[in-house]
Every structure is written in C-alpha cells, then in structure tokens.
Design a protein around this ligand. Sequence first.
Ligand code: ASP
Ligand code: MG
Length: 439
Amino acid sequence: MKVMKFGGTSVGSPQRMQQVTKLITADTEKKIVVLSAVSGTTNALVEISSLLAKGDRIAAKQKIDTLEAQYQQFIKSLVITPTGINLAENIVKEHFEFLTIILRISYSEALNKDVLAQGELLSTKLFSAYLMEQGIAHKLLPALDFMTIDANDEPQVEAIRTRILSLLGQYPDATLFITQGFICRNAKGEVDNLKRGGSDYSASLIAAAVQASVCEIWTDISGMHNNDPRIVNKTIPIEQLSFDEAAELAYFGAKILHPASIWPAQQYNTPVKLLNTMEPEAKGTLISGQATSSGVKAIAAKDGITAINIKSSRMLLAYGFLRKVFEIFEKYKTPIDMITTSEVAVSVTIDSDASLPAIIKELEAFSTVVVDYNQTIICIVGNEIAATPKSIQQVFESLNEVNVRMVSYGGSAHNISILVAAELKKQVLQQLNSGLFGL
Ligand code: ASP
Ligand code: MG
C-alpha cells in the first residue's frame, strides 16, 4: 500500500485533476490518495472566516458567492455526463449552502474550523465525482472518521491506525481510496485541522498508520535542491536525503514539505518521496532512514529572524541564568531557534516578534538587552558535516570576508547554522554555493 498526496496546485484545475488521475492509475498497487483543497480555496475560506469574526456578513456573503461562482466554472470542465454534472452540482450546492447557513450563526472558533474544512471536502468529493464518471472504482474515506488530534492538539499514530484500519477493513476488495488532507477531529470531537499546509502532515501520518511502502508528496517542483534556485545562479537537485537531513531542512524549505511531516515518517520508518505532478518522470527527492553520503548536501535560508543579545555580569560563574532566560521565552510561547553563549552573555534568535516587547521588559530586569532585527539564518546541512573537519573548513573558507553575527555548531552533527544581516543573504548563499558545491 502506498500513500500519494497532491497539493493545491496539483488539483487546482480540472486539467490538473485529470493529470492526477493518470498518476494514481499508473500502477495497480493499493493506494490512499490524500488531497489538499483547490489552490486559493483555503485562503478564501480564511478571509470569509475573518469577515465573519468581524461581523461583516455582507462582505462574507460576497466572498462566498465569488468562490461558489469559481466552483461552478470548475465543474463545467470537470464533468460532462448528465449524471456527473448532477453529482458535481449537488456537491457544490451542499457545501455552499452550508457556508450560507453559517452566515446566520454567531461566530466561534469551532465554526471557523468548520469553514476551513470545506476546501478539502469539496476537492475530494469533486475528484471522486470525476473518477466515478471515468468509471474508476474507488472509495472516499472521510478523514473526519479517522484523523484525530489529542487534547494537546497532537496527532497520535496509534489512535489513527486503529480507526483507519477498521475503515479500510470494510472494503477488502477496494484498491483506491481518496481522502482529505488537513482536516481532523479534536479531542472534543469537533472538526479541526492540522494547521496551514497540513496536508503533507496528514499524508505522512496516514502512511505511518497503515505502514505504507512510501509516502509520495506530489507538488509542482521537482524535489529539493542544494540551494535556493530563486536566489543563486545554479542549483542541483538532491536525489536522496536522510530523515535527519530533511528534518534540518524542512524548517527552512517549508515551501516544499511541511516540517511536522518528518517525525511520523522517521519514527515509523516510512520513506517519503517528493515528486512533481508536471514532470512525473523527474527523479525527485527520496527521504529515508538511509544516510547515503557525507559532506554538505544543501543550504537553506530563513528570513525574518530577530537576534537578541542578553548580557549579565552576574552570569560569570553563576548558575540558573539560562533557566531564567528560557523561562521568559517559554512564558510567552516564543520558540528559540539558534543560541550561542559566552561566559557573560547569551544570544538567541526567534522568528516571531509578537511578544518581543514583553520579553525584553522581563529580560531587562536582570540583564542588558540588545536586539538586531532583519537577520537571516543560513543553514548548512549534510550527514555528519559537523563531525567532518573538511566540511567545517570549507564552510568557513567560503564565508571569507562575511560579517557573521552568530554561529551555531555542534548542536546537531548534521547542521551548521550562521546568522547574518538579511542584506547579506544573497551574497552568502552564492559564496557557499561556489565554495561548497563549485557552482
Ligand atoms: N488547504 C490547506 C492549506 O492551504 C492545507 C494544505 O494545502 O496543505 O493550508
Ligand atoms: Mg502545501
């Protein structure tokens, strides 16, 4: 059994859905196909929901109508038989009637989740209508019947496994299943979701739960590259990555794979393959438990970083200073990405400034604080690179003349991270590209 996940652009038009059909019927292996919402839909639903939260029903209704018109257009080129058209029209009607009813109910967080769920429900049902018209046997598996999160909003593979296996058991002869990404039920039994971009996460949880041979993530890019193709002149595709390398990169390369998708795959040892719907023959990137090479594999950058330097003369020979610092970040639910320390000071980076003023205020009670905004983390990833003297030497030689604000080395054997001012990003990525890859 394999899992194939298609993102919003891969199901973004009737032609794309036809392309997906070719891909999922190319072999006879039993499969679960996970779909995102049609591209743009979840954004539109987020807007509708925030208009409802503000009480602006007129604007919300307008948005709902515009979206409905887009779906009417969509189904016109998706299905052609009277039965197919009737089915697709009823699906669109059902979900837009639901949205219209919601307009009359007073807004709540639970309602917001119901609104957001409509995208994946629509895409999977319409896709199923198309498959039916094409005479392709399949079963629609409702994600709300098996995908769950616990009271801490965490999915548990074992719980998902029990439910999905019992559902699959009801159709022993079926070989093709279609389900929704992103949506789930929370501990209260309400409709909820795995956060934006969460369809990848759904796919990897399902793959882990059913012990799939592979979890294929189909997008519109041919796998991961060694560097950002939008910034440097030349990049090379990466054919293989270990889970450890992928985990280091996913946070930075989040555009291609949701970072949370790595843990279920790694824990249950399910290989993940990143493939391109538009170029199905391209090799893509295989992420597995195997570390196939040593040396630097890839470089990625994350913008919008704030560095905070916290200095205390009392840190000298004192214990408990770091605990006090970390507790403040914890109190404001602000994750720290990079950290470096000296005898009297510590520098940390964060990627969300939301609680920064409050954090600074509390830190200033026992230290001197200096903040640098507009920083970029450059992350250099490769199996065991931090334990390979040659790699370290090459990294620092490539950084010749660059003003580096922080270096994080030794935290993971597979990562060396540096922090530079955002305006240096392009230059640094290019210098590392030449120094480490000869590109
Ligand atoms: N449709 C959801 C979103 O746009 C989930 C996904 O596409 O992965 O965030
Ligand atoms: Mg996505």
